[in-house]
Ligand binder design. Structure first.
Ligand SMILES: C[S@@+](CC[C@H](N)C(=O)[O-])C[C@H]1O[C@@H](n2cnc3c(N)ncnc32)[C@H](O)[C@@H]1O
Length: 183
């Protein structure tokens, strides 16, 4: 469960982070808040993730999306994470689960990383952060790649599906998109 006050803090912190750097692109696009496992499972189900496909979780936190994608869907999962602490934590978890070679984590800024090989991209950022990420998604993704966003829509894109999951005590929205054709 994501407590309401924690979500509130996330939104406030994120808004402060974005507005404090309004003159340039902020580096931190969202604070670390985990997606509940039930929501992660629903995101991957809605993404129609298939064995052997490549999934990128942009802002991969503790690695839970990567681990679930590899264990339940036999996907090749790549995380991108800015926090060194979370990169180390997720790498330890991947090793503990015996998923070396199936999951990896890039320590870096998602805006600088090449994720053009992705069949599925997952994000749990914020609305304004999705605005910042959207041009890179549009420039990078193969047509038809699926993008799944927890709680925050990608403005300017039309979702192919919106799920309102009550997997935990609060409602979670899951937005599913297909990458548009390149202009
Ligand atoms: C809300 S958490 C989501 C974690 C995980 N994807 C999940 O759903 O449980 C967002 C994550 O994005 C990371 N992050 C924020 N800005 C980033 C950036 N520019 N590049 C890479 N990671 C970033 C944060 O450190 C945090 O771990």
């Amino acid at each position: 469960m994501l407590p309401v006050n924690r979500l509130g803090s996330m939104l406030v912190l994120g808004t402060l982070a974005l507005s404090a750097q309004s003159q340039k692109t902020p580096t931190y696009l969202a604070p670390f808040v985990t997606s509940p496992i039930a929501v992660v499972e629903r995101m991957l189900e809605l993404a129609n993730l298939k064995p052997g496909e490549v999934l990128y979780d942009l802002g991969s936190g503790d690695g839970r999306v990567l681990i679930t994608a590899a264990q339940k869907y036999q996907a090749k999962a790549v995380g991108v994470e800015l926090s060194e602490r979370l990169v180390k934590l997720s790498q330890e978890r991947i090793k503990q689960e015996g998923l070396d070679g199936k999951c990896s984590v890039i320590h870096g800024n998602m805006l600088d990383v090449d994720f053009s090989q992705a069949d599925v991209v997952t994000v749990y950022l914020m609305r304004d952060s999705n605005d910042i990420l959207r041009p890179k998604l549009e420039a990078s993704l193969k047509p038809g790649a699926r993008v799944v966003s927890h709680d925050f829509e990608i403005r300017g894109w039309k979702p192919v599906f919106v799920d309102k999951s009550d997997a935990t005590k609060r409602a979670h929205a899951i937005y599913v998109y297909e990458a548009p054709k390149k202009k």
